[in-house]
Design a protein. Structure first.
Length: 461
C-alpha cells in the first residue's frame, strides 16, 4: 500500500507581492511600506518650529536607514530604528497623523518579517484605523492597510478573515487602478494566495497567471516581482500535481533572484525551499537535499532563531530524512519545528497540524500506533476547525489515520476513513490528481486484499 503524507509536508513558501505579504519579498507597491517621507510630510515641515523640523528630519533619516537594513534582509536591526522614528513623529505630528500611519505600517511589516505576528497586529490595526478615519473609503491607502492586516491574519492561520480583507482591498484597487495596472497585480497575487491556502485551486490559478502577465508586461522578464509571481504560480502548479509545469518556473525564479539579490537573502531561501520540495515529490532526493540544507543555512543566518521559516526548513529536511528511512534523524527535527510553530502561532494553526501529522507518521513507521493515532487525531481536529471539512488537508489526515488502522488490522475503520478522504479529494482536486490517485489506490488495495482473504477462506471450507 502506498501511504500518503500531508501534501504540504514540504512546507512551501508563498511570497507576497506587497511588503506585508506572508514570507514577504520587498517589492514596490504604489503605497507600500517600508516607505520614506511623503510629500505631505515635507510640506508640513515648513510650518513647524526648527526643533520639530529637526525631529522630523531625524525620523526620516531613521526610516531610510531602516529601509537599507530591510532590503538586505536584516530585519531585526531595522525595528529599533522605526520605533525611534515613530516616537519622533508622534511627538511632532500627533498620534493620528497619516504619516504616523505609514510608520506604523513599516513597524508592522518588520515584526511580520521576523515572524512576530502578535507584535505585528496592533500597529497594523492602528494604521488602518487612522486611514479609515481620514481618507475616503475607496482610497488606495486603505486597501494597502487591509492587505497588510490580511497578511497577518493569513500567517496566523485565520484564512477566512484574511480572505474578507483581501476581497475588500481588491475591490478598492480595481476602482483605483483598473484591471491591468501594476497596482492590481499585487492584489491579484494576495487573493490568489488565500484561495490556494484554502484549497480553492481553480480560483487561484487565473489570478496568479494574471499577476505574472501584468508584471512581465509592465516590468520586464527579469524583475524581482516577476520572480515572486513565478514562484507562487509554480507552487500552485505543484499543489495541483502539475510538476512538469512547476519546475521551469521555480528555476527561472531562482535565476532572477540570485542575479538581483545577495545569495544570503531570505527570499532566495524561500525559492530554494520550494524547488527542493518539488524535487522531493518527484523522488529526486539527491537534488532536494542540498537545496533544503542551503535554505536552512540562509534562514538561520538571516532570521531570528525561532522564526517560523526556520521551522519550515527543519520540517522539510526531516521529511526528506523520513522518506529515506532515517527516522532517528527525522524525529528530532520535526520536534524542533513543532516547538517553533506552536510558540509562534499557538496550538490551533494549520502549520502546527502539519507538524503533528508528520510526527505521527514517524511514530507509525516505528510501529508506535497509539502515539501515531493521538498525533494524527489532533492534526485532523485542527484542520477541520481552521480549514473546513472539505479541505484537501482534511482528506490527507483521514487517509493517514486510515493507514494506521490498516496497520493495526482494523480494515473496516480504515475503509470508512479512506472513503471519506476520497470523497473530499475527488471534489476538491479532481480524479486525476496525484493525491486522489494515491488515496484511491490505498482504498482499492485494502478492498482487494479483503476479497483475496475471503476467497482463501472460502477455498478452505
Amino acid at each position: 500500500m502506498v501511504n500518503l503524507k500531508h501534501l504540504k509536508i514540504q512546507h512551501l513558501s508563498t511570497l507576497g507581492l506587497i511588503l506585508t505579504g506572508f514570507l514577504c519579498m520587498a517589492i514596490a507597491h504604489p503605497n507600500a511600506a517600508i516607505a520614506g517621507p511623503t510629500n505631505e510630510n515635507i510640506e508640513i515641515e515648513s510650518l513647524l518650529s526648527p526643533a520639530d523640523s529637526r525631529a522630523l528630519a531625524q525620523a526620516n533619516q531613521l526610516i531610510q536607514e531602516a529601509i537599507a537594513f530591510y532590503q538586505a534582509g536584516e530585519y531585526a536591526q531595522a525595528i529599533p530604528l522605526v520605533q525611534q522614528a515613530l516616537a519622533l513623529e508622534e511627538s511632532v505630528l500627533g498620534a493620528d497623523h497619516l504619516e504616523v500611519a505609514n510608520t506604523l505600517s513599516n513597524l508592522s511589516l518588520l515584526y511580520e518579517s521576523q515572524g512576530l505576528y502578535a507584535e505585528a497586529l496592533p500597529p497594523s490595526e492602528r494604521a488602518l484605523q487612522i486611514r479609515e478615519a481620514q481618507l475616503e473609503p475607496t482610497h488606495p491607502d486603505i486597501a494597502f492597510s487591509l492587505d497588510s492586516l490580511a497578511g497577518i491574519y493569513k500567517a496566523q492561520g485565520s484564512y477566512r478573515a484574511a480572505q474578507m480583507l483581501y476581497e475588500r482591498s481588491h475591490f478598492i484597487y480595481e476602482i483605483a487602478y483598473g484591471e491591468n495596472d501594476l497596482g492590481i497585480a499585487t492584489s491579484l497575487n494576495n487573493l490568489a494566495g488565500i484561495y490556494k491556502l484554502q484549497g480553492n485551486y481553480p480560483a487561484a490559478r487565473p489570478l496568479y497567471e494574471r499577476t505574472l502577465s501584468i508584471y512581465e508586461r509592465e516590468l520586464g522578464p527579469d524583475h524581482l516581482n516577476v520572480a515572486v509571481a513565478l514562484n507562487n504560480l509554480a507552487g500552485l502548479y505543484q499543489s495541483e500535481g502539475s510538476y512538469a509545469e512547476a519546475l521551469p518556473l521555480f528555476k527561472r525564479a531562482i535565476a532572477i533572484q540570485t542575479n538581483a539579490l545577495t545569495t544570503y537573502h531570505p527570499t532566495v531561501a524561500n525559492t530554494f525551499n520550494n524547488l527542493a520540495a518539488l524535487y522531493q515529490v518527484q523522488e529526486n532526493y539527491d537534488a532536494a537535499l542540498p537545496l533544503y540544507e542551503r535554505a536552512l543555512e540562509i534562514r538561520q543566518a538571516t532570521l531570528a532563531e525561532n522564526h517560523p521559516d526556520i521551522a519550515s526548513s527543519l520540517n522539510n529536511l526531516a521529511e526528506l530524512y523520513h522518506t529515506q528511512g532515517n527516522l532517528d534523524a527525522a524525529l528530532p527535527l520535526h520536534e524542533q519545528a513543532y516547538a517553533i510553530w506552536e510558540a509562534a502561532f499557538g496550538e490551533n494553526h494549520p502549520d502546527v497540524a502539519t507538524s503533528l501529522n508528520n510526527i505521527a507518521e514517524v511514530y507509525k513507521d516505528q510501529a508506535d500506533y497509539a502515539l501515531a493515532l493521538s498525533f494524527h487525531e489532533r492534526a485532523l481536529a485542527i484542520r477541520e476547525q481552521t480549514l473546513g471539512s472539505a479541505h484537501p488537508s482534511v482528506a490527507f489526515s483521514l487517509n493517514n489515520i486510515a493507514s494506521v488502522y490498516e496497520e493495526q488490522g482494523d480494515e473496516d475503520t480504515a475503509i470508512e476513513l479512506y472513503n471519506r478522504a476520497l470523497d473530499i479529494v475527488e471534489v476538491a482536486l479532481g480524479e486525476t490528481h496525484p493525491s486522489t490517485v494515491i488515496i484511491a489506490d490505498n482504498l482499492n488495495g485494502l478492498l482487494q486484499a479483503g476479497r483475496m482473504e475471503n476467497e482463501i477462506q472460502t477455498d478452505g471450507l
